[in-house]
Design a protein around this ligand. Structure first.
Ligand code: TPP
Ligand code: MG
Length: 559
């Protein structure tokens, strides 16, 4: 059968549908009207956003939750540059994503036409692949390749520029077959070697990270950890990879980490690193393992061969996706005795003590330990927590026990402003889930405009803004490095409760611990997107140390 003639826009949208796309996030532009027109008749849900940074972060969150590429459409020039934080997050977080960018007509290239940019040059180093389509007949090939690139090996973002006339031109071309993500399987001899290493170990430890995990892969890993009574830690912002209430869980390698956890990893004789890269944050600025030769025997399992041996030279390198590797673990058997099992118990106890919010007291009328204890009591275990970057995020990372895959949306890239768009994306996908944003006063307003998107699509998410009147993280660093010299870190904030109401949502101000529980209850039952504007004493900059104490310590060390 010969293919019938379609516009480039129609061919493109038909490819999206056949690769299983059910949702796109966009800000419209006149540069890609023909694609928007094709979407008019497609069975694909659209979320129209207020800024391309928000749209790209929503698409990235979709990729994190589903393992399928999140799809984002933005206009040329400023639309594309606005989308760049989302593209960078997808790159650092190894998330599959495809960003379609409008482009000027082919015949105008190189004149610096209106909003013209060279997307290969701009996004080449940031994306996994950046390209431009020259011929509508090549959409099936290029979109198929984009899905393969975005999902295979170490997943990442693909950027595809769409010249306006390529979208309106006609072509008769057959569709591509649906892309299947490629699983890479470990070899039998590698699994036998892993078993041998485990049998010879006295003090092993497991670190889980990266992407390409699924609910099933997590469950399989839990069974493996159970059979071996292994201590398991998650890397920075990957806490959803292992249930925190499991006897094998020993904590996460984030910022402000449990010192006992670090000591345990340093003293281990075998480190099994699955899925992650152990990059700057989890490795505590590359101090946790020696580079290139860790003194522990390192087994590194990663879906991308170019990550194996990139920083750490592993004793055993296994090029496998988490799904395939965890399936193979079912055939690995424990030794007759497990010399490390008491250590696992002690490490879990240490995690429990470290993550107990009721033990925390800090300056001010609103006690975050009590807030976290209350959230632990009332929110469902499968609530999705979303956050961007700032010290406020510590409260979530340290004190919320993540228990299910698909419940954590947080950028390992440390991009501020991620929480709100991620939550909008998550709630659009999973309306039945409880979705909570933790945001700082600085962090929230980086993408606060997407609160309008939450209202537009009737998404009752809960936003908890921790307002300390400053870019607190940077102030903390200032007090450590340049004590008493406050420079460009203070903020004057709006009334965030009034902001919520002005957008058509629910808002309340919370100043004291005892006011949090009833306000939370009202926010959760408001049936609208809600903001709890929580005022935190600026002194309460970390769970353990006040701002003044940090400054005094720095001043004392200068004497
Ligand atoms: C997009 C972006 N810009 C700047 C930074 C640097 N940065 C990291 S944390 C932070 C301050 C965060 O302030 P806020 O959200 O109020 O949280 P707090 O630290 O006060 O709890 C800044 C500016 C960043 N990580 N990302
Ligand atoms: Mg702040």
């Amino acid at each position: 059968m010969t293919a019938s003639s379609r516009t480039g826009g129609q061919i493109l949208v038909d490819q999206l549908a056949l690769h299983g796309v059910d949702h796109i996030f966009c800000v419209p532009g006149e540069s890609y009207l023909a694609a928007l027109d094709a979407l008019h008749d497609a069975d694909i849900k659209i979320t129209v956003c207020r800024q391309e940074g928000g749209a790209a972060m929503m698409a990235e969150a979709y990729g994190k939750l589903t393992g399928r590429p999140g799809i984002c459409f933005v206009t040329r020039g400023p639309g594309a540059t606005n989308a760049s934080p989302g593209i960078h997050i997808a790159k650092q977080d190894s998330t599959p994503m495809i960003v379609f960018v409008g482009q000027i007509e082919r015949g105008m290239r190189e004149r610096e036409a209106f909003q013209e940019l060279d997307y290969r040059a701009v996004f080449g180093p940031m994306a996994k692949w950046a390209t431009e389509v020259d011929d509508p007949a090549r959409f099936p090939e290029i979109v198929s390749r984009a899905f393969h690139v975005a999902t295979s090996g170490r997943p990442g973002p693909v950027v595809i520029a769409l010249p306006e006339d390529v979208l309106t031109d006609m072509a008769a071309v057959a569709d591509a077959p649906r892309c299947q993500a490629i699983e890479t399987h470990p070899g039998l001899s590698q699994m036998a070697e892993l078993q041998k290493l485990l049998h010879g170990a006295k003090n092993p430890v497991v670190l889980l990270g990266g992407s390409r995990w699924t609910e099933t892969a997590v469950q399989r890993f839990v069974r493996f950890a159970e059979r071996f009574q292994l201590p398991v830690a998650c890397t920075f912002r990957r806490q959803m990879l292992f249930p925190a209430d499991h006897a094998s869980y020993i904590g996460d390698l984030g910022l402000g980490v449990n010192p006992k956890l670090l000591a345990r990893i340093k003293e281990a004789d075998l480190v099994l690193l699955v899925g992650g890269r152990l990059s700057e944050i989890p490795s505590q600025s590359y101090t946790l393992l020696d580079i290139p030769s860790p003194k522990q025997k390192l087994v590194h399992v990663h879906p991308d061969p170019s990550e194996l041996g990139r920083v750490y030279a592993p004793h055993l390198a296994i090029n496998a996706s988490p799904v395939a590797f965890t399936a193979a673990l079912e055939g690995v058997h424990p030794p007759a005795s497990l010399p490390w099992s008491d250590g696992t118990k002690a490490a879990h106890e240490s995690y429990l003590a470290w993550s107990d919010p009721t033990a925390i007291r800090h300056p001010g009328q609103l006690q975050m330990g009590q807030v976290m204890a209350h959230l632990r009591e009332v929110l469902p275990a499968d609530a999705i927590f979303c956050n961007g970057a700032g010290n406020f995020a510590t409260w979530v990372h340290r004190f919320w026990p993540f228990r299910h895959f698909g419940t954590q949306l947080a950028p390992t890239s440390g991009s501020m402003g991620y929480g709100l768009p991620a939550a909008v994306g998550a709630k659009r996908m999973q309306p039945q889930s409880t979705v909570v944003v933790f945001a700082g006063d600085g962090d929230f307003l980086m993408n606060g405009q997407e609160f309008a998107t939450a209202v537009q699509y009737d998404l009752p998410i809960l936003v908890i803004i921790i307002d300390n009147g400053m870019y607190g993280t940077i102030r903390m660093h200032q007090e450590r490095e340049y004590p008493g010299r406050v420079s460009a870190t203070m903020l004057q904030n709006p009334d965030f409760a009034a902001y919520a109401k002005a957008f058509g949502g629910y808002g309340e101000r919370v100043e004291r611990t005892e006011d949090f529980a009833p306000a939370l209850d009202r926010a959760l039952t408001a049936g609208k997107p809600a903001i709890l504007h929580c005022l935190l004493d600026p002194e309460a900059i970390t769970p353990a140390m006040s701002l003044s104490a940090i400054r005094e310590k720095a001043l004392a060390s200068q004497k």
